[in-house]
Ligand binder design. Structure first.
Ligand code: ATP
Length: 259
């Protein structure tokens, strides 16, 4: 249902020794929203992503996903529940082709030679369905022509799209995108915007980190701004772009100068 709470971050904090990377942050994402997370280098954005996706434990506070406290789950369980993330540097397999990168499916739990033999038919069926799904995704993201290319030969923008496709193979309910626009040229950036907006039309929800504010303002319904680990502003793109604190910390504009 539109407007339903999907992700709720409650009063979350993280310290690394003496460094307070994230301090008492509250954040929410509703179903169907595209929410941005901005802030200067070292603001705590990636640390926050790492805690939401449970790659990192929080020092304090917790995360609710679809009304359920997931703070004690493993990253794998969170993926199974539908919370997926990308990384600043796409992961994937550089020495595999584009098609192979998407066909790689995690082995089922408890799968052995005997059970695999018994389930042979269903596995073949599963592989076939997977193949059709991969081809459809590659078509949608204009990567079908590159399906036999090694991933290491793709451009930065194509790698970002491949990373999106990899996450989509796992049927996410929400996608956390870490700098999807970095290294992407303006033409491909327009394509990236189109893809993200299309996915949202189809029901996807996003939380997006990016340093490219133009990109963030184009795609986001709401934006949170972090600085020194603390939330300093939240609002619509218009509100954030006119916020004096955001200008001063993020854009390096002095509050008095910009007034
Ligand atoms: N594993 C770690 N050990 C020690 N300090 C860390 C660790 N990870 C992050 N930090 C520190 O926490 C703070 C927040 O870092 P973080 O990477 O979350 O910021 P960011 O907003 O994602 O920055 P950027 O935009 O440059 O990626 C920084 O001061 C960073 O040096």
């Amino acid at each position: 249902m539109e407007g339903e709470e999907m992700l709720l971050v409650n009063d979350i904090s993280k310290s690394f020794g003496g460094i307070q990377a994230v301090k008492d942050v509250n954040l929410e994402v509703k179903k169907g929203e595209i929410v941005g997370l901005i802030g200067p280098n070292g603001a705590g954005k990636t640390t926050l992503f790492n805690m939401i996706s449970l790659f990192l434990s929080s020092s304090k506070g917790g995360v609710q996903f679809l009304g359920e406290n997931i703070s004690r789950e493993t990253p794998e369980r969170v993926v199974e529940k539908g919370l997926l993330r990308t990384f600043q540097t796409p992961v994937g397999f550089p020495k595999l082709t584009v098609l192979e990168n998407l066909m790689v499916v995690p082995k089922q739990k408890g799968e052995g030679i005997f059970s695999t033999f018994l389930k042979r038919k269903s596995i073949v069926q599963h592989e076939r369905e997977n193949y059709y799904k991969v081809c459809a995704l590659l078509e949608q993201f204009n990567l079908f022509q590159k399906r036999n290319e090694l991933a290491e030969n793709l451009s930065a923008a194509e790698l970002k799209l491949l990373e999106l496709c990899r996450q989509l193979m796992a049927n996410p309910k929400i996608m956390l995108l870490d700098e999807p626009a970095s290294g992407v040229n303006p033409v491909m950036l327009d394509k990236m915007v189109e893809h993200i907006l299309r996915l949202r039309e189809e029901g996807m929800t996003f939380l997006v980190i990016d340093h490219n504010l133009g990109f963030i303002y184009r795609i986001c319904d709401r934006i949170y701004c972090l600085a020194n680990g603390e939330l300093i502003a939240s609002g619509t793109p218009e509100e954030i772009s006119n916020n004096e604190r955001v200008k001063s910390v993020y854009l390096g504009v002095n509050e008095n100068e910009s007034a």
